[in-house]
Ligand binder design. Sequence first.
Ligand SMILES: O=C(O)CCC(=O)C(=O)O
Length: 298
Amino acid sequence: MEVTLGTKRLEVGSNQLGLLHSCNDVLHNVDALRTRMEEDGYLVMRGLLNEVDVRAARAHLLDNLMQNDQIDERWPLDDAVIKPDRHGAFLGGRTDISHSRPFLDVVESPELFGFFASFLGHDALTFDYKWLRVVGTNGFTGAHYDIVYMGRGTQKLYTCWIPLGNVAFDQGPLAILVGSHKGEGFQRVRDTYGRMDVDRDNVEGWFSSDPLEMVDRYGGKWHTSEFKAGDVVVFGMYTMHASLVNTTNRYRLSCDVRFQRSDEPTDERWVGDRPIGHYAWGKQPGVTMEEARERWKV
Ligand SMILES: O=C(O)CCC(=O)C(=O)O
């Protein structure tokens, strides 16, 4: 099957776009999980979360979208069919919806805290800010490292990407550039782009829209997967990732949340009763990624 990643059409399962593998075979072996993370830069855990809870969070979000006239009501609500002329939305923050009970039951579930406590070897904390995405037709996320958005606290911070329902290849699932977190070819990218802070530097956050250019220049290999309600993907701050393009007429619903050890410094933008978020980024005309890359020579 062909999908769209950035500016390219790629065949799933080809050399250019392989499949993420699950770590469920070592789910109860924390040393093996840490080794996998070191090797691959990500962990896909199938069915880690309670599917009923994930479906309840999805239903809650869809209800909200319906009340806001975003849903084509000729179809079952759970199909999340987009009303003609409506678009996706970013509903992140610390908002009524992102802090509703059904949503918190998923993103702050005992399963996630339990996993991170074991993986990190210490009690975990999660940012109060939650990134909640309602991705419409042609919506996608460009390739980036998360460190450029949330690097002011510990670097041992992990993103947990959670599909709110099943996500098929054509609905824009997550894609990971495997090898980007440690490959030698990426060293200069980590040392330049990876040291940027979007609020301090006011540079565009997405590194490239051409997935193959990145592979040719720096190495690695793009992998993706379909997902089911209950699956999660965990990855570190220097794992380059993006999403495929949602080419359907249905919303892709997902959220991404952050976990770290509770005894390490946090990035002040994302914690507290009213996290300040990106207080400067994009408020003034900024530097394009093209200009920044020229300056960094990457
Ligand atoms: O869901 C997406 O489109 C992008 C997610 C992402 O960039 C992240 O989890 O850091």
